[in-house]
Design a protein around this ligand. Structure first.
Ligand SMILES: Cc1ncc(COP(=O)(O)O)c(C=O)c1O
Length: 444
């Protein structure tokens, strides 16, 4: 099948009508393109006007197994016919226990674990906050500048990637200190890797824990293995290792937020595995259920609440969500999707790096596996962030049949389903290549 295949410049008449109705009734959120999706299969999406797109977003890093994977659809349908909901937090059923056992096996760490099911990434982070506070009997947290952990009030207090996330929402949860992340392209300390000696990690000890953030008061440190919404920032390998060591030395729980990087996206099952770190608490969601809302906080069983009612919810461990997750794990294993993410990710990166040679507005390409991004700049020397060409690339790619999402101040992320056909991946990249060149000509 030819894809993308655009009948007209979107949105067409049906699309425009729906966008108007949406604007009247839906609360303002984070809309990017006027794409009105009707159905999807694998890496392909059809809109209500019959245009066919190649999806480089996976529903914000969710459908890693592709849209409507038949194995996942079958698992959902069969479970819906059997039993949909019975409040797994209050009663018992096989499927949530079987999935928890499997999650304990596939997540890093060879020790007894406990699983708390949630319905979103933010809720997994909220659960991690509570597990950390409960088990340590300490109240403070450390998080990173550029981090995104969600928008509910607890998670929001850890988030530090854009002003509009915080504006008018103060006060958030007290007791969170933000420290610089290893964003080497724009080092917050204006140093150069590797000559810097990874000062940004040492600074956590020397400038914070030794000066004004008493380690004895800090329950946990939240860490994204690749900063996601903050701009797909990949730290040098020494950084996470040093940060983990600092946590161990100071009795601080290392909490990995693998919500966006998880479930094969980076070429490993979980992003944190690139750094050989075993977190005390792991937060997951997005790719877990291939489109069904589901998440989890998975932690060393020694940290468990142990008291009824300290934490719970209504929908956690919903049967359809659990069966969709089991099917997702089956598909990732059977179709070797982590290896595929690695292979297609290297191919994509090679092509992006070739484009960078000819397009000075491409300041930096970075990422792991099929979690790749470009940061656009006005000039490679000054590195001034350039949101205009970034917005142009997102908008024009959409009009030409490639769905993209922004990240950071001037980044575009490329996160297609992990089982995207190579032909569609290349078709998408061909279009992006043409549009980046156009964007450069317009900016000049
Ligand atoms: C790393 C990370 N953590 C947490 C979240 C919040 O997830 P949700 O939007 O499902 O609440 C996100 C969402 O983008 C994320 O990327």
């Amino acid at each position: 099948m030819k894809a993308p295949d655009m009948k007209d410049v979107p949105p067409g008449d049906r699309g425009k009508d729906l966008v108007q109705r949406d604007k009247k009734i839906m609360a303002t959120s984070t809309k990017t393109s006027e794409l009105v999706a009707e159905r999807a299969e694998g890496a392909l999406v059809w809109d209500v006007d019959g245009n066919l797109y190649v999806d480089f977003t996976s529903g914000i890093g969710v459908v890693n197994t592709g849209h409507c994977h038949p194995t996942v659809v079958k698992a959902i349908t069969e479970q819906a016919n059997r039993l949909m909901h019975f409040a797994g937090t209050d009663f018992y059923y096989d499927i949530q226990v079987s999935l928890a056992e499997r999650l304990a096996e596939v997540t890093p760490g060879d020790f007894a674990k406990k699983v708390f099911y949630t319905n979103s990434g933010a809720e997994s982070v909220e659960a991690a906050i509570k597990v950390a506070r409960w088990s340590s009997e300490k109240g403070r947290f450390i998080a990173f500048i550029g981090a995104f952990h969600g928008r509910t009030m607890g998670a929001l207090s850890l988030t530090a990637s854009k002003l509009q996330h915080q504006e008018r929402f103060f006060p958030t949860m007290p007791g969170v200190d933000h420290v610089p992340y290893a964003y080497c392209y724009r080092c917050p300390y204006k140093l150069e890797y590797p000559g810097c000696g990874i000062w940004c990690a040492d600074a956590i000890q020397e400038l914070y824990l030794d000066k004004f953030v008493p380690p004895g008061d800090v329950a946990g440190l939240f860490f994204e293995p690749v900063q996601g919404e903050g701009g797909y920032v990949v730290p040098p390998p020494e950084f996470p290792k040093k940060v983990h060591e600092i946590c161990k030395d100071n009795g601080i729980l290392f909490i990995d937020d693998d919500v966006q990087a998880g479930f094969g996206r980076t070429g490993k099952m979980f992003g944190i595995e690139h750094f050989d770190i075993v977190p005390d608490i792991l937060c997951i969601a997005k790719g877990m259920g291939s489109g069904i809302p589901v998440g989890a906080a998975i932690f060393n069983s020694e940290l468990d609440f142990g008291v009824q009612g300290a934490h719970s919810n209504t929908y956690g461990g919903n049967l359809i969500a659990c069966n969709a997750t089991i099917a997702t794990l089956d598909v990732i294993e059977k179709e070797n999707l982590t290896e595929r993410a690695e292979k297609l990710g290297s191919h994509m990166r090679k092509r992006l790096d070739e484009m960078k040679e000819e397009n000075p507005i491409m300041g930096d390409n970075r990422g792991l596996g099929l979690m790749q991004a470009t940061e656009f700049v006005t000039d490679p020397e000054t590195k001034s962030p350039a949101p205009e060409p970034r917005n142009y690339v997102v908008e024009e790619s959409f009009k030409n049949g490639v769905i993209l999402l922004p990240c950071g101040a001037s980044g575009v992320r490329y996160i297609p389903p992990l089982n995207i056909e190579e032909e569609y991946l290349d078709n998408g990249l061909d279009i992006i290549q043409r549009i980046i060149k156009e964007a450069g000509d317009i900016i000049r």
